[in-house]
Design a protein around this ligand. Structure first.
Ligand code: NAD
Length: 470
């Protein structure tokens, strides 16, 4: 047996034995741990910033904004709300439940496996891990193999606060992750690509583990002719090029009304320059995570060019795996850049005639994780919402909905299964147990067989009354 297999056998067994104790930890205990975790993050802030810098040259300010803030705000919100979320909820019921009380109890699922990606390696590991812990689960966290420095900090933070029987970090590549997936977990929470999400779901089905799949896809932006175009360009440029486009909810492509298309291209160029002046030496703009993703992105540009696309802006490889923010026009659906999730700083723009064409274009593809509409027209905004489907829908804004602790976050269809953030995450990581309590003596036994004529008569009367309600 390999050393890794022995390691996972050990931790899985350890957490299995501990599951019932963990499940019955008090809210007070969990809140105390969350507070301690927050303090550990604050103490190690400099190390966290350095780790992300070393992994993919992420600017310190961006690490604070997009990695540390979301986790701290998640902890604060959970500390404030956990008592309320955890309380059994009394449920009203109908006539047949006379004399009985019914409740929903939120109980831990048990042993949870969290698998996280590299693109926001700090927050996308900790957010689900802390959510699972807050709901009373034990957690094994398997972060991405592409961010070793961040993983080291995650390991230290976890061991600052948790015993390995409640939360432990295990690193590994594909083979190791699959060995973990062969184990019998109660819930698997996966954030990553759609193809790997399918592998995870397949593996989970062997043990009927429930799954939360936070996946990707092509998130479109639609822009109406009635719009504050400068504002739209500013928000799109930021939402697209933050983290060099390596954001699951980043605008993937734009469908712009023909009346504003040319102005939009010019405004986007201006906004890119405003955000990232002197791009060659700009430390605010991060790297592509590794050589293979860097090559993949360059291939997308090269193929699109060969097939007739025009580079409106950028398109150059910069030093140290940095790729210039790139605007492409003249793209079509036969190009790879319009088929696969881009997940990098390339933004294709497509000119369209009207709202109907936008809807048809979006609906011909898989449901996206997010959809962004820019318009002043209520009718346009509602039409796009009603006639399409996606995990999230933002109007006159990009990517910000992800930062909300109270909005549910997740995909639809190919972009994911399940929701998290705030109460939605707590619920996702809980077994929602239906509890009925009846005082002895009371019950439906008056209506048990043998079914006498009197029983039938009473039931007839009750049914008549019952049917006339509402
Ligand atoms: P990925 O699917 O390649 O990897 C994610 C995790 O799965 C990693 O921990 C990795 O080690 C593991 N993994 C990879 N291949 C595997 C396999 N064959 N079997 C088992 N495990 C495997 O994703 P990534 O490249 O790390 O992240 C990018 C993707 O994640 C994009 O598609 C992006 O949209 C998506 N994403 C989604 C969200 C969300 O919240 N919906 C957030 C961030 C990223």
């Amino acid at each position: 047996m390999s050393e890794f297999q022995e390691k996972i056998d050990h931790f899985v067994e350890l957490q299995k034995k501990h599951k019932n104790i963990q499940k019955n930890t008090t809210v007070k205990y969990r809140i105390a741990k969350l507070r301690k975790f927050k303090q550990a993050i604050v103490k190690r802030q400099g190390q966290i910033e350095l780790a992300l810098k070393e992994d993919f040259s992420k600017a310190e300010a961006e690490t604070i904004l997009t990695e540390i803030f979301p986790v701290i705000s998640m902890i604060n919100y959970t500390i404030k709300s956990l008592h309320k979320w955890s309380k059994p909820k009394k449920i009203s019921n109908n006539l047949f439940f006379l004399g009985a009380k019914t409740y929903i109890h939120y109980e831990a699922k048990g042993n949870v496996l969290v698998i996280s990606p590299w693109n926001y390696p700090f927050q996308l590991a900790l957010y689900p891990m802390l959510t699972a812990f807050s709901a009373g689960n034990t957690v094994i966290l398997k972060p991405s193999e592409f961010t070793p420095k961040t993983n080291e900090i995650l390991r230290q933070l976890i061991s600052d606060v948790f015993e390995s029987h409640e939360v432990v970090l295990i690193e590994g590549e594909v083979k190791e992750t699959q060995a973990l997936l062969d184990k019998n977990f109660d819930h698997i929470f996966f954030t990553g690509s759609t193809p790997v999400g399918k592998i995870v779901m397949n593996k989970a089905s062997q043990h009927l583990a429930s799954v939360g799949l936070e996946l990707g896809g092509k998130s479109p932006v639609v822009i109406d002719s009635q719009v504050d175009l400068e504002d739209a360009a500013k928000k799109i440029a930021w939402g697209k090029f933050v983290n060099a486009g390596q954001t699951c909810v980043a605008p993937d492509y734009i469908l712009a009304h023909k009346d504003i298309y040319d102005d939009l291209v010019q405004l986007l160029k201006k906004e890119i320059q405003n955000l990232y002046p002197n791009i060659e030496s700009n430390d605010d703009y991060c790297q592509i995570i590794n050589d293979s993703h860097f090559e993949r992105l360059n291939e997308l540009i090269e193929e699109a060019k060969k097939m007739g696309a025009i580079i409106e802006y950028g398109g150059h490889k910069l030093n140290e795996r940095k790729l210039e923010p790139t605007l492409l026009s003249g793209v079509h659906n036969e190009m790879r850049v319009m088929q696969e999730e881009i997940f990098g700083p390339i933004l294709p723009l497509i000119k369209v005639d009207d709202c109907e064409q936008m809807v048809a274009f979006i609906n011909a593809k898989d449901n996206p994780l997010s959809l962004y509409a820019f318009s002043r027209s209520k009718e346009f905004i509602e039409k796009i919402r009603q006639q399409t489907s996606s995990g999230g829908y933002s109007v006159n804004e990009t990517i910000l909905h992800v930062a909300s602790s109270s909005l549910p976050f997740g995909g639809a269809g190919n972009s994911g299964i399940g929701r998290y953030h705030g109460f939605h995450g707590f619920e996702e990581m809980s077994n929602i147990r239906a509890v009925l309590k009846r005082k002895s003596n009371w019950g439906l036994h008056y209506f048990y067989p043998p079914y006498t004529k009197n029983i039938k008569k009473v039931l007839d009367v009750v049914l008549k009354k019952f049917s006339s309600f509402v």
